[in-house]
Design a protein around this ligand. Structure first.
Ligand SMILES: [Zn+2]
Length: 152
């Protein structure tokens, strides 16, 4: 029997939105899309190892801070790129053109940013387990409250 070995590292599994436990199952049900509802629809459990994607009520509340930090990083990177390629001056509107381009860039990247924020967030709470087949995922059912799900 040939077994597929997943050799995804932390970085590629997080950026690719894979389950942090097995690094093989997808966290989201659909590919990145501009439809907000479809874009953020997650698998309740990892289709490969069974890891719950929401491990407590309001688990993804903190991703707004992650998303903010990522967006800030993108702004700094795009400003640096703009400065070294096009340049900045107080005598023309190049700074304001960058501001507009950067705003468009952030809007275009938003669906992806929101997903990567969740992927990063869960990767800090669920550890990679190379022998996930031998262990059961942590039971989080007592931490969940279906009445409070989607209240965030
Ligand atoms: Zn998994």
């Amino acid at each position: 029997m040939s077994e597929k070995k997943v050799s995804r590292g932390y970085f590629s599994s997080t950026i690719g939105c894979y389950c942090p436990r097995c690094r093989d199952g997808k966290l989201f049900q659909h590919k990145t899309t501009i439809s907000f509802k479809k874009n953020m629809l997650m698998n309740k459990h990892c289709p490969v190892c069974g890891q719950a994607s929401e491990i407590e009520v309001g688990f993804y509340y903190g991703t707004s801070y992650v998303s903010y930090a990522l967006a800030l990083g993108i702004c700094v990177a795009s400003l640096a790129l703009w400065y070294f390629t096009i340049g900045l001056s107080t005598n023309d509107n190049r700074f304001f053109i960058w501001l507009g381009c950067n705003a468009v860039l952030l809007v275009v990247l938003q669906p992806w940013l929101m997903r990567v924020s969740r992927s990063l967030w869960i990767s800090w709470f669920v550890k990679y387990d190379p022998d996930w087949k031998q262990h059961q995922p942590e039971d989080v059912s007592e931490r969940m409250n279906s009445d409070q799900a989607n209240n965030w």
